[in-house]
Write a new protein. Structure first.
Length: 348
């Protein structure tokens, strides 16, 4: 019996040590999972729009936001609050880590009008009004094109099939104002400038290999880059539009009826009445199942399946958000508030 006492004591010691190791491993595992970087792969399906992640921004933001083609980088335009304002683009990882700050010296006010990622590569096109710059995600300038004092660059759109970049060049001549579409390749080489002169244009978006949808003072046209013909698509004026090139779909918000959407699909126009006003600007999800209407203090989603407007309040936020951007391949919506990015997951 005396021999068993030391063995029993050792057994208790080993058991206590094992329990301690288990507790430490459990605590370490909890600390890892509680503090691991946010990824979309860790998300489980949801049955309603759900806030899944957010991160703070160090500076006030403009109304420009864009995902890269893989959906793991977010580019956000900022304006430094100083007399010599400089347009700055910040690139964030999906978990909110600042990876790059892109700043260019531009003569005059370097306001960022638009930015958009290349369809397949980490090339970011940024329009600074007085210049167009193609940035690499590592902060390298691939190409810079200055406009000079006669014109400015506004609105840009990458062609998802040909990798051509269309941008609107706005200029004045003999007291008249004109807009002409200019095409560039992915290295910033000018392909051509179309002689067609449009009126004041607020939006241009490719819908297929050869056609660009243009909002010219609330009148929507389809411009053929081969024949240079342009055709009006809607009888009613549209305050804003969005283009879904995958489903050959255009959705517009009717200018004279805030409780109405216009849907153009393969040449057929459909009027969709809404129960209430959702927002002036539409943005179609890549899967073509939702269109968000903004700006708003709520999440206003038009459900393409039910043809109804769904409204969801934001938790603990009473600010109107500036802009939104759908993830390129997942049901994730990035929402840009003045000092915060929120990521919302939608039902599949």
């Amino acid at each position: 019996m005396q021999i068993l006492k030391p063995l029993k004591s050792r057994w208790h010691t080993l058991l206590s040590f094992g329990i301690l190791l288990a507790l430490l491993a459990s605590a370490a595992g909890y600390f890892y999972w509680a503090n691991r970087p946010f990824t979309l792969e860790q998300l489980a399906p949801v049955d309603k729009p759900t806030l899944v992640h957010s991160f703070k921004l160090p500076a006030s933001s403009s109304e420009v936001l864009a995902w890269n083609a893989r959906g793991d980088l977010l580019a956000i335009a900022h304006t430094r609050e100083s007399l010599s304002a400089k347009g700055i683009v910040s690139i964030y990882s999906i978990d909110g880590k600042l990876l790059q700050r892109l700043e260019a010296k531009i003569d005059g006010f370097a306001f960022i009008d638009d930015l958009e990622w290349h369809p397949t590569k980490d090339i970011l096109a940024v329009s600074y009004l007085r210049a167009l710059i193609l940035w690499s995600a590592d902060g390298t300038i691939i190409k810079r094109i200055d406009t000079g004092i006669e014109s400015i660059y506004r609105n840009l759109s990458w062609n998802q099939q040909t990798d051509e970049l269309a941008i609107m060049e706005y200029y004045a001549y003999n007291s008249d104002y004109y807009n002409q579409i200019v095409l560039f390749d992915e290295e910033g080489m000018k392909i051509r400038r179309f002689p067609t002169k449009f009126g004041y244009s607020t939006e241009i978006k490719w819908i297929d290999r050869v056609n660009i949808i243009i909002n010219v003072t609330n009148i929507i046209y389809r411009f053929n880059t081969i024949t240079e013909e342009w055709i009006r698509l809607f009888e009613d004026e549209q305050a804003a539009i969005d283009v879904d090139s995958i489903h050959n779909l255009i959705i517009g918000t009717t200018r004279n009826n805030v409780k109405e959407l216009k849907m153009w699909n393969n040449g057929i126009v459909k009027t969709i009445p809404l129960t209430e006003f959702g927002g002036i600007t539409p943005k179609i999800s890549p899967r073509g199942d939702y269109t968000i209407l903004y700006p708003s203090e709520r999440l206003n989603l038009f459900n393409h399946r039910t043809q109804e407007l769904e409204i969801y309040p934001f938790p603990n936020v009473d600010l109107q958000y500036a802009t939104v951007e759908w993830h390129p391949s997942k049901p994730i919506l990035a929402i840009l508030f003045p000092y915060e990015i929120q990521l919302w997951q939608l039902p599949e």
